[in-house]
Design a protein around this ligand. Structure first.
Ligand SMILES: Cc1ncc(COP(=O)(O)O)c(C=O)c1O
Length: 440
């Protein structure tokens, strides 16, 4: 029996309607930017396999460090115990984070990193005997799959079944170009009663919401407004972290600093699931007490997993190196060139870019968003041409591993240009309402 048949008997795939989606494509090998199927077809992974891969698939240096760690210490309980790789990783990472970040809390994935950030913020006020009630988030946000993360994400059809179980969140429009003043005014109104615990946001690029982008100055004004009211700011850098926006972290574009940061995806270069939530010394101090009830009672079985930490250290080493930094700059420059070439294409509503992330928004006669019909047709079109691109409805984006070659980028741009001719329609743009999508 083939891999496809065996898969179809036993596997339930994420974000997939099995009845209509068609079979999953078995991938048997990866190398650099390429994925290979069982009959030898190759695909350029232009989306870093859900935004995780930084240095390429099956990277020999990451594999070597992983193997060495597996032979030394594969795991140890992280309550009451510690280990060298976690300490080294925390020290090394803090050097790259905004200067007020002082403490590192480990978990396993982006959703749990967010969940922990929200819980830390809530308990920070509780522990000081002045609990607050409100979380503020962008209407177009995506923060993950767990209940806190779903609550803080935009109101979307995906979460309909869970709506009765989500906690209320005050939603404000994101400050996309032209909407900065409206967004800031909505935030100030939400802050006015002094009840806001935290404002959570994806800095500068809102991924699953359709790769919406906004300027650092807009976010600076919002963070400053929060701090005037003592409201904590949670930067969800799960997608934007580790060079994607052209700087090590998107927060580096800001003058103001977040209080809590959430990291996952690229943390291990895409090799193992590991996440980190960091916070300031002030937040940590609110939990540091003789009163045991002030403890942060949160921990996962694999918290601080040594294998994940060892690979994350190796990945950071590569990321800090000049070869990787030069590639990040080169990818951003080539994206900018292609962006200019297609900027006025009649098939597009908008082309936007921040660093290595490039997004093309197709005109469509339908409502824009995740369920847009173009999505499946574009996905198959690109795949047949050997390029893995996973459109967010009518938004196509590139988020490649940094090892991608110029030739591979040229191939992707050529396929994108071809799709503009094949799928371009000159109808007026649809509404941008309700564009919150997944993790894809
Ligand atoms: C900004 C952001 N936060 C959180 C998450 C959730 O991460 P994970 O899928 O690892 O749970 C995602 C996933 O796409 C994300 O883009």
């Amino acid at each position: 029996m083939s891999w496809i048949d065996r898969d179809e008997r036993v596997i339930w795939h994420p974000y997939t309607q099995a009845k209509t989606a068609g079979a999953a494509l078995p991938i048997v090998r990866g190398e650099g930017t390429l994925l290979f199927d069982e009959v030898g077809n190759q695909y350029i992974d232009a989306i870093s396999s859900w935004w995780v891969t930084l240095h390429g698939h099956a990277h020999p240096y990451l594999a070597e460090k992983l193997q060495a760690q597996a032979l030394e210490l594969e795991h140890v309980i992280f309550a009451g115990f510690t280990h060298p790789r976690a300490i080294e990783l925390a020290e090394r990472l803090l050097k790259h984070l905004p200067s007020r970040q002082a403490r590192v809390f480990f978990s396993d994935n982006g959703s749990t990193a967010v969940e922990i950030g929200l819980k830390m913020a809530m308990q920070y006020f509780h522990n000081q005997g002045k609990p607050r009630k409100k979380i503020i988030a962008f209407s177009e946000a995506f923060h993950g799959e767990t209940f806190g993360a779903m609550s803080a994400s935009g109101d979307h059809a995906f979460n309909t079944a869970f709506h009765p179980f989500l906690f209320p969140v005050t939603r404000i429009p994101a400050p996309v170009p032209g909407r900065e003043a409206q967004s800031l005014a909505a935030l100030e109104e939400a802050l006015a009663d002094g009840e806001a615990i935290a404002f959570i946001f994806e800095p500068l690029v809102m991924g699953a919401g359709g790769m919406l982008m906004y300027e650092p100055a807009a976010l600076d004004a919002m963070i400053a407004a929060c701090h005037r009211q003592g409201t904590l700011c949670i930067a969800d850098e799960v997608m934007t972290g580790f060079g994607r926006t052209g700087k090590f972290f998107a927060s580096h574009y800001l003058k103001e600093q977040p209080d809590i940061l959430c990291l996952a995806k690229g943390l291990t270069g895409g090799t193992l699931p590991l996440a980190i939530t960091t916070c300031t010394a002030e937040i940590y101090q609110a939990f540091y007490a003789d009163d045991r009830l002030k403890t942060f009672f949160h921990g996962h079985s694999f918290t601080g997993n040594p294998l994940g930490c060892a690979v994350a250290l190796a990945s950071l080493e590569l990321l800090e190196g000049s070869v990787c930094q030069e590639r990040i700059g080169a990818i951003a420059a080539r994206h900018a060139q292609f962006r200019e070439e297609v900027a006025n294409h009649p098939a597009l509503v908008d082309v936007r870019q921040r660093g290595t992330i490039l997004a093309l928004e197709f005109k469509t006669p339908e409502q824009t968003g995740y369920f847009n019909q173009l999505r499946d047709r574009l996905y198959q079109f690109y795949l047949k041409r050997g390029v893995l691109l996973r459109p967010l409805g009518n938004v196509i984006y590139l988020l490649p591993p940094y090892c991608i070659t110029d030739q591979q980028l040229d191939r992707i741009y050529a396929v994108l240009a071809e799709s503009l001719e094949v799928f371009g329609v000159s109808t007026p743009q649809g509404s941008r309402e309700s564009t919150v999508q997944h993790n894809e």
